[in-house]
Design a protein. Structure first.
Length: 93
């Protein structure tokens, strides 16, 4: 994904991702191209995580600097499956 995640589109991102999650064994969400992520992005990622767990879908995200900054504040314990590279995300799945 490229662009920004903020209050105007965090819900749309969640719905878009969750529209494809049912029936998948694994999913990688590539957020390297996100240039800005507002705090509203964290609940979106958390909801994706919860829904993936409920669907039995393993998932990981590849986070660029903007996403990593938000996760450092909102997810300091690293509960969400965040990686820095696509290779690490594939390995995690």
């Amino acid at each position: 994904m490229n662009g920004e995640v903020d209050a105007t589109n965090a819900g749309a991102l969640t719905e878009y991702v969750l529209g494809d999650v049912k029936g998948l064994q694994g999913m990688i969400l590539d957020l390297c191209g996100v240039s800005f992520m507002g705090i509203e992005g964290f609940p979106a990622l958390h909801r994706i995580s919860v829904c993936c767990a409920a669907a039995g879908t393993q998932w990981a995200m590849v986070a660029g600097p903007a996403v990593s900054r938000v996760l450092a504040i909102c997810d300091p314990e690293g509960v969400l499956p965040c990686t820095g590279t696509m290779k690490a995300a594939v390995t995690r799945i």
